[in-house]
Design a protein around this ligand. Structure first.
Ligand SMILES: C[S@@+](CC[C@H](N)C(=O)[O-])C[C@H]1O[C@@H](n2cnc3c(N)ncnc32)[C@H](O)[C@@H]1O
Length: 291
């Protein structure tokens, strides 16, 4: 994935189209800071089809007319949410989870022996697989944490995916991607075509809708402090400026010995705040401390 800086530009619509895609891209940017490439304008048609139907509209032009009136903030948010890419899977990219198991969590647990508390954030959690994978890892390999104050927070801008996280219900195709059979047996109940996470795992995880780049970010220092933060596969949709701002905020939320995971091809926009560590075939980031 290309993480180089891209200027935010919302070019005029192609001459052959009557749909003002530039208007839609600008709206998505204002709502979610996601920068959509004009080469993917065709996605508006499919992604917004349900929203059009729900509002009794037949064409994108009609939706744009409605949006231009600026009377319905919820409609504006729904357009941005419908355009998000929610691709995820259990134990995605495996190596960060393996490194947590073998090295990072044992050290964090040792450091937190006094406070007996561990807090993990799956930022941009999509349908919850990242948060639940971390929960399964903790429950399977660190039973000594049962009496600790343990919490995994999952947040995402899309209300629809957050409702999926909260239901903890997955379809066969999702279960078949990255989930070992022993985890299915131990952590899921099977109902008809679906699998639902068992209460032991569900109660470790808390999910809510939140915009990482909004006026009110999901968490605020110094009240909130995390030991591990996953911020994977979301910054690639942001401008360089948005990435820089977000990572400055994340830096303040991470414990000095905490760990940040980005997507496998992502880098912090401002390298001065982060120390990259290569280990276990992956890369994670430590917050650089002011000297
Ligand atoms: C490709 S998924 C990544 C999911 C997971 N982190 C992973 O790596 O498997 C990106 C997620 O980021 C969310 N997202 C996009 N913009 C966001 C924003 N401004 N605030 C919070 N979440 C956002 C999308 O809704 C989507 O669910």
């Amino acid at each position: 994935m290309n993480m180089t800086a891209r200027p935010v530009s919302f070019a005029a619509p192609a001459a052959s189209s009557t749909v003002d895609y530039g208007f839609l891209r600008q709206l998505v940017y204002e709502q979610s800071q996601n920068v959509l490439d004009p080469s993917r304008d065709y996605l508006f048609e499919t992604r917004l089809a349900k929203l059009l139907r729900n509002h009794g509209l037949s064409h994108l032009e009609e939706l744009i007319q409605l949006l231009r009136l600026k009377r319905d903030p919820l409609l504006e948010r729904s357009v941005a949410e419908a355009m998000t890419i929610n691709e995820t899977s259990f134990f995605r990219d495996a190596r960060p989870f393996e490194l947590l198991r073998t090295d990072l969590l044992p050290k964090l647990i040792e450091n937190r022996r006094g406070v007996r508390s561990l807090r993990i954030w799956s930022a941009a959690c999509s349908t919850g697989q990242e948060a639940y994978s971390t929960g399964m890892l903790l429950l399977e390999h660190f039973p000594q944490l049962a009496s600790w104050n343990m919490r995994i927070e999952g947040t995402d801008i899309s209300g629809e995916v957050v409702r999926r996280c909260q239901s903890g219900t997955y379809q066969r195709i999702e279960m078949n991607r990255g989930l070992p059979a022993r985890h299915i047996v131990r952590f899921f109940d099977h109902h008809g075509e679906d699998w639902t996470v068992k209460p032991e795992l569900r109660k470790l995880c808390n999910f809510r809708q939140a915009n990482l780049c909004g006026i009110q970010p999901p968490f605020s220092p110094p009240m909130d402090r995390f030991d591990v933060i996953f911020l994977r596969n979301v910054m690639l949709y942001f401008s360089q400026e948005t990435r820089k701002k977000l990572l400055t905020h994340i830096h303040r939320l991470l414990a000095p010995d905490g760990v940040l995971f980005l997507g496998s091809s992502e880098q912090p926009a401002d390298a001065t705040l982060w120390v990259p560590v290569l280990a276990g075939g992956t890369c994670y980031f430590r917050p650089r401390q002011a000297s």
